[in-house]
Design a protein around this ligand. Structure first.
Ligand code: UD1
Length: 369
């Protein structure tokens, strides 16, 4: 018997999590047909297509093309488009990853059709319900059937919330699987030379959280502090479409002048720059993990993180996006203070292989050997 498994991708951080799963399931191609469904939550080529190329992922089997909108519009459109796909393809399992609107939309659609759902990167909690991603995480884990977890805090959170312990699997991090896959290409990539910056003489900055970029006062302050940083380090700033739009809307474009603003980068380009950065300044989720793996200091401009292991073991530090705190953190870095870290357990490049085995054995009841 061949079982059919659908993995859902929607937004940029999802691709890195699903690509290694697709490779891992390929080993069992005689038993499992693995299909990728792309919701189209992110649709610009630079937010989507280049990631498929970098990660050597096949074209999605189905593209739903839902695009942007309010949260309700986007979530609802994904559900409306995903339901007929489930009805037609009748998967035995739907895998959702991460915490984006596509994650909750497809999980909810599948469980209501009686299709089991596995959540990769389950159990992470920032305990900040003003973050849309936190609502997506809580809601997805409340209805999922199987939980694949990247770090011990996720196991604790799921147990506390009543998830059945025998369905919680600490497997490591598929994001790190992708990082290891792409590392040789990143090391060989000429982007740094092309940009004309020397190793460790620049900082990579990413900002896109609504809490940082949708508030004109906060965004202005952050851009002003980045201008100060630019006095002693080149600031490479690949700008997310959301951030670019906010900067224009609030009339803040002149504040970008001291920064080296770049379009959204491909996965390999971004990794190539992070590898030789002095440090990284971000409000992203996944970048906290990538820098921890690579041992590059990371300043995360947030008051909470759903990935506490990156602070406990890794190179990450949380800095509230307030002027004094941020200036103090940057001063310490300027004086040479660098957080040392270690790589969390099971972040070894084999998480997706563990997930595929568990899916066969526990979710599909198929032989693994
Ligand atoms: C989404 C995720 C966030 C993730 C981020 C990574 C949710 C709730 N948020 O946020 O967790 O960290 O992706 O990038 O799912 N836009 C484009 N082109 C695109 C995609 C978006 O121009 O390809 C613009 C649109 O104007 C859109 C805005 O960016 O309104 C924001 O996109 P959206 O998908 O709503 O959320 P992100 O901020 O990207």
């Amino acid at each position: 018997m061949t079982a059919r498994v659908i993995s859902v991708v929607g937004a940029r951080p999802n691709y890195m999590k699903v690509a290694p799963l697709h490779r891992a399931f390929a080993r069992y191609a005689d038993r499992v047909e693995h299909l990728i469904v792309h919701t189209g939550q992110h649709y610009d080529a630079e937010m989507s297509d280049v990631f498929f190329a970098d990660l050597e992922m096949p074209e999605p089997a189905v593209f739903l093309g839902v695009g942007s909108g309010t949260h309700a519009q986007q979530t609802a459109r994904i559900m409306l488009a995903f339901e007929p796909v489930c009805l037609e393809l009748r998967p035995h399992l739907v895998i959702v990853v991460g915490d984006v609107n596509s994650t909750i939309a497809c999980a909810l659609t599948a469980v209501k059709l009686g299709i089991p759902v596995a959540h990769v990167e389950a159990g992470l909690r920032s305990f900040d319900r003003t973050m849309p991603e936190e609502i997506n995480r809580i809601a997805t884990d409340a209805i999922a059937d199987y939980f694949f977890v990247t770090e011990p805090s996720g196991v604790e959170n799921l147990r506390r919330e009543g998830a059945p312990p025998e369905r919680i699997f600490l497997v490591g991090n598929t994001m790190i699987d992708s990082l290891l896959f792409a590392l040789p290409k990143a090391r060989a990539h000429p982007i740094r030379e092309r940009l004309g910056v020397a190793p460790r003489q620049y900082v990579v900055v990413t900002l896109h959280r609504p809490s940082n970029v949708d508030d004109p006062v906060r965004l202005r302050l952050l851009l002003e502090i980045l201008a100060e940083l630019a006095q002693w380090r080149t600031v490479l700033f690949p700008a997310h479409p959301r951030t670019r739009q906010a900067v224009e809307r609030f009339g803040l474009s002149p504040l970008l002048a001291p920064l080296h603003v770049l379009p959204p980068l491909s996965y390999v380009e971004f990794l190539a720059l992070v590898l030789e950065a002095d440090f990284v300044l971000t409000d992203s989720g996944g970048i906290q993990e990538e820098t921890t793996y690579l041992g590059i200091p990371c300043v995360t401009l947030r008051t909470s993180t759903e990935r506490p292991i990156t602070c406990q073991l890794g190179t990450n530090q949380l800095v509230p996006p307030e002027p004094e705190a941020l200036r103090a953190a940057l001063r310490a870095l300027r004086q040479g203070e660098r957080k040392q870290g270690t790589v969390p357990p099971l972040w070894d490049g084999h998480a997706a292989e563990r997930i595929a085995r568990i899916v066969l054995e526990h979710c599909l009841r198929l032989p693994v050997e």
